[in-house]
Design a protein around this ligand. Structure first.
Ligand code: ADP
Length: 258
């Protein structure tokens, strides 16, 4: 049994005006501690897939399980980090980080200790009492990540966490966060439209097809000489091979959908 399993999952959205079939027949198994990236054409249903795993959405048919149990509601074991950091401007950095712990009625003394140590470890030691607006975009995303980590989820869902940042910050932060997440040995599912980000951060890249979307192909990412950091991975010969292969698959979808 895998930690997360999606079996023949389909999802239709119904609105007053229309019906959208986002996912059809998705099968996917994710192992504990694996770092998986999901790429696919825009609007194919990648965020929808994360919402299903998080328990915020229920499949129209098929089933999603976590440790063999059907996911029917949001679980404490799953943390979700979104594209926008959603930090509250009226709370300082530390109190933003503690929101999840408050909501889950965790031991606040322990949560605070953990928050301070994560801030220290990830280069934000002096910023606990700063307000979010005093931070750069990259720092805000790190705070959002620490907020997700502080409640110690087994599974981390990341939905385009770097896409609002400029290119250089994005590169530096994905390198930094990739390294942090590897250190944490948690299961990570990263949704991104950036093929480079997917290849350099993940152990496995899942390519989704056009809507109604399902898993088209998957690539296990392996480098001959151990796992380089995301920045260094871009210089490895294997990187170009994976990039060409995934790019080709996505391009095919775009052409078909035109
Ligand atoms: P992606 O993350 O791959 O860009 P999404 O999962 O956000 O794709 O969306 C997949 C499809 O479902 C899109 O066509 C989108 O417009 C539609 N969709 C997403 N959320 C809703 C919703 N709450 N109600 C109706 N349609 C939705």
């Amino acid at each position: 049994m895998s930690q997360i399993e999606l079996k023949d999952v389909s999802l239709r959205y119904f609105t007053l005006k229309e019906e959208t079939e986002a996912l059809r027949g998705v099968n996917l198994a994710i192992e504990e501690g694996e770092f998986v990236a999901i790429v696919g054409p825009s609007g194919c249903g990648k965020s929808t897939l994360l919402s299903l795993i998080s328990g915020m959405l229920q499949p129209t048919s098929g089933q999603v399980t976590l440790y063999g149990n059907r996911v029917t509601e949001p679980s404490k074991r799953v943390g979700y980090m979104l594209q926008h950091d959603y930090l509250f401007e009226w709370r300082d950095v530390l109190n933003n980080i503690l929101i999840g712990a408050e909501v889950r009625s965790m031991n606040m003394r322990l949560a605070k200790e953990r928050a301070l140590s994560l801030l220290e470890r990830y280069g934000l030691g002096g910023f606990a009492t700063h307000n979010p607006k005093q931070l750069s975009g990259g720092m805000r995303q790190r705070v959002a990540l620490i907020r997700t980590l502080v409640v110690e989820p087994d599974v981390l869902l990341l939905d385009e966490p770097f896409s609002a940042l400029d290119f250089q910050t994005r590169l530096a932060l994905s390198d930094e966060i990739g390294t942090i997440l590897r250190e944490q040995h948690r299961t990570v599912i990263l949704v991104t439209h950036d093929i480079s980000e997917a290849i350099t951060m993940a152990d496995r890249v899942i390519v989704m097809s056009n809507r109604p979307s399902s898993v088209k192909t998957e690539h296990r990412i392996e480098f001959s000489d151990g796992r380089p950091s995301p920045l260094l991975a871009r210089q490895r010969p294997e990187y170009n091979e994976y990039f060409q292969a995934i790019w080709g698959e996505l391009e095919e979808h775009v052409r078909i959908s035109e």
